[in-house]
Design a protein around this ligand. Structure first.
Ligand SMILES: [Cu+2]
Length: 260
């Protein structure tokens, strides 16, 4: 997994990641420019207006035109960033792909694991009930529900096909977590009592990281999962392998080996 991280932004494996990266670069570039500009101004002011013999401080303000123009210019450029970059990207990220085209999956966070629930080949999530939750059934999935028969539940491994939109329905069993897929440029807080959808589309296959980006307790640091992006045939084979004979107890799929 080390190869995906280095200096700068993590590897981008998402089709919409480049837009997010552009925004990050433009914002940081602009902030560096402002920082350096203010720093130069501060140093000039410190030297020019230092205490010297024969110079008297005055409280009368001198009005210059240039600072006003610069301030207005900065505000206009910030408005351009907001309207030209941030809003379109936010709209793209918040607009879910059509349900028929996307793979839908539930991710239920808990201290300190990601429970993952696939609807199986029928595309319908089986009912889950809090009363059925236990160590062997962390999602409380009701296996008597016909829609649940082919459902797949796994822990800490999210298998998805490459080049297909994936809608993740996020919820939490206990505290606030944050679902973070660095290579997909996805980070969304997971709030107890709410179901929050996010989506992404992988452009590259690989074994990536799921991190929790919210300090959620003492075991927060070990709340890590794997995002396994596969070719559609491999994903179908995985699904077919685990869907039909899945017992009520999870996990059912062998944990992938970490590639550090
Ligand atoms: Cu967490």
């Amino acid at each position: 997994m080390q190869k995906y991280y280095g200096w700068g932004l993590p590897y981008n494996a998402s089709v919409s990641g480049a837009d997010v990266d552009t925004l990050i670069y433009v914002l940081h570039g602009f902030m560096i420019l402002l920082f350096v500009g203010w720093l130069i101004f501060l140093i000039v002011a410190l030297i020019k207006f230092r205490s010297r013999a024969g110079h008297q401080a005055t409280y009368k303000a001198n009005h210059f035109k240039a600072p006003t123009y610069i301030e207005v210019g900065v505000a206009l450029f910030e408005a351009f960033l907001l309207i030209g970059f941030s809003f379109p990207i936010a709209r793209h990220v918040r607009t879910m792909p059509p349900k028929g085209e996307a793979l839908e999956v539930r991710v239920v966070a808990e201290q300190f694991a990601w429970n993952i629930h696939y609807p199986g080949p029928d595309g319908i999530f089986g009912k889950s009930d809090i009363k059925l939750m236990g160590p062997g059934n962390p999602l409380g999935l009701d296996r008597n529900d016909p829609a649940a028969k082919d459902d797949i539940t796994v822990i800490n491994q999210l298998h998805v096909p490459v080049n297909k939109p994936v809608i993740v329905h996020l919820s939490s069993k206990d505290v606030i977590h944050s679902f973070f897929l660095p290579v997909m440029r996805v980070k969304q807080d997971v709030i107890p009592g709410q179901e929050i959808p996010v989506w992404f589309q992988a452009k590259d296959a690989g074994n990536f990281e799921i991190a929790c980006a919210q300090l959620c307790g003492l075991g927060h640091y070990r709340m890590r999962g794997f995002l396994i992006v596969e070719q559609p045939e491999q994903f179908a084979a995985w699904q077919a392998k685990y869907a039909p004979k899945v017992p009520a107890s999870a996990p059912v799929s062998p944990a992938p080996v970490a590639k550090e």
